[in-house]
Design a protein around this ligand. Structure first.
Ligand code: AMP
Length: 435
């Protein structure tokens, strides 16, 4: 609408009839183009050495382009773009940083005539603390708060801010919105987020459980409610996001009431390289008896444990499954521990629910590994789950659907789409603010 009124004012100022007629034709074309081109949201997910992006129609989730800049801050830095299924990789120039990546992205977007269609930018921000439980318009004050919250997410929030600031430089005319990974779990009750620690650590220092992967749990929960044809506010699910990072969430009436990741994304089930829950005394033992420094313990628990640590082979589930088939015992142990811990966590969430509409698998492993899904479901027969092995084998590689036996409670595989949630929520916020 803005474009129409602006053009009408311009028209009033035009003096000669001929020029006026030419302008009307020109403006007609402009207006038609404006309304034919669909508005797109640029979604940015910035890590310390990577920057993922997607240019998306928030209504349909259709991507005009996507890609990733990787190995940033090193001389291997590169950026890859995918448009219409075709991939193109470019080396980045010095200083190989996030700004360089954004400049290349803008060049690419402009070359593909997509720049004008971008209406706003949605940023994934990992930690929103207790303050942010909604999509939030980014202002200098919000950036300050994201910076303050870096003490709770030192690896993620500073990187997210770098992405926001690099993007602001080139898209200064557009609004930027933050979508927080922790937001969906802000509905957890106190009993689920308070640790068994002195209460003042929560009051004075914010030490509590926050949960992560919120946009993913939100997306699959919505999808499951439409598959079930039941209003989201009446749906109870357990969702298992199993990727390199893993989290299980209990959803009551469409809202998160508990989740396995906690103060940081280290708590909970065994993951690709993260240990998940351990007895905290192991840390004292490592430091006092084995001479580890705190930095070494941090690296051990976050980067050297999980599937990688147990198997001694890889954090990649595909590689471990190959080794399992080849008869490798440590690969088998890694998969057994992984699945048993996940099944135990799912079962423990029966304490959070009065009834259960179904279980959802998502994430790289949840969407693709029939082996892992089958092992987990087999351990949950007491809760009424049983896999249909044929469906379980079929529903992989981007397919969505039920994998349960007819005698079982419902169990779905739902490919997640965090970018779509970010694009949609960014668009909603703009509409709600009348922009
Ligand atoms: P994500 O972090 O969601 O990208 O998931 C990464 C994980 O998904 C890695 O452990 C991959 O090995 C795993 N994954 C992807 N495809 C498959 C597959 N076909 N079978 C087993 N695991 C897979």
């Amino acid at each position: 609408m803005k474009i129409l009124s602006k053009n009408l004012i311009k028209l009033r100022d035009i003096k000669t009839f001929k020029f006026k007629k030419a302008m009307i034709n020109y403006q007609h074309v402009e207006i038609v183009n404006h309304f034919m081109k669909k508005p797109l949201i640029l979604v940015i997910n910035c890590g310390s050495s990577s920057l993922k992006f997607s240019l998306m129609d928030p209504k349909t989730g259709e991507e005009s382009l996507n890609g990733i800049a990787q190995c940033l801050l090193s001389d291997n830095a590169n950026i890859s773009f995918k448009v219409n299924g075709e991939k193109q990789v470019l080396a980045l120039l010095p200083p190989f940083d996030h700004n360089t990546a954004i400049v290349e992205l803008v060049n690419f977007i402009t070359k593909n005539n997509l720049f004008e269609q971008i209406t706003a930018i949605g940023h994934r921000v990992v930690h929103g603390g207790e303050k942010y439980h909604q999509p939030t318009l980014i202002t200098p004050q919000v950036k300050n708060e994201i910076a303050k919250l870096a003490k709770l997410a030192p690896l993620h929030n500073p990187a997210n801010l770098v992405g926001i600031e690099a993007t602001e430089k080139v898209f200064s005319h557009l609004l930027q919105v933050a979508i927080f990974d922790t937001a969906f779990h802000q509905t957890m009750p106190e009993k689920a987020y308070i640790y068994g620690l002195p209460y003042n650590l929560y009051q004075e220092h914010g030490i509590r459980r926050y949960g992560f992967h919120g946009t993913s749990h939100y997306f699959v929960t919505q999808r499951a409610s439409s598959l079930l044809q039941k209003p989201l506010e009446q749906c109870n699910f357990i969702s298992a996001h199993l990727g390199n990072g893993c989290s299980i969430s209990a959803i009551v009436n469409g809202k998160s009431v508990d989740t396995s990741l906690g103060f940081t994304p280290l708590e909970g089930v065994v993951m690709g390289t993260r240990s998940g829950d351990i007895d905290p005394s192991i840390i004292f033992y490592l430091v006092e008896q084995l001479g580890y420094s705190l930095d070494q313990v941090n690296t051990l628990l976050n980067k050297e444990s999980g599937l990688l640590g147990i198997s001694g082979i890889s954090n990649d589930c595909r590689t471990i499954e190959e080794q399992l088939l080849a008869g490798n015992k440590r690969a088998k142990l890694a998969i057994d521990v992984f699945c048993y811990r996940i099944a135990k966590k799912i079962a423990s969430f029966s304490a959070s629910l009065d009834n259960l509409d179904g279980l959802i698998f998502t994430g790289g492993i949840g969407e693709n590994s029939n082996t892992i899904r089958s092992l987990i479901l087999n351990q949950l027969s007491l809760l009424g789950f049983k896999a249909n092995e044929q469906l379980n084998e079929e529903i992989r590689f981007g397919k969505q659907g039920n994998i349960n036996d007819t005698t079982s409670r419902p169990c779905w595989v739902i490919p997640t789409n965090e970018e779509w949630v970010i694009a949609e929520q960014t668009q909603h916020l703009l509409i709600n603010k009348g922009m």
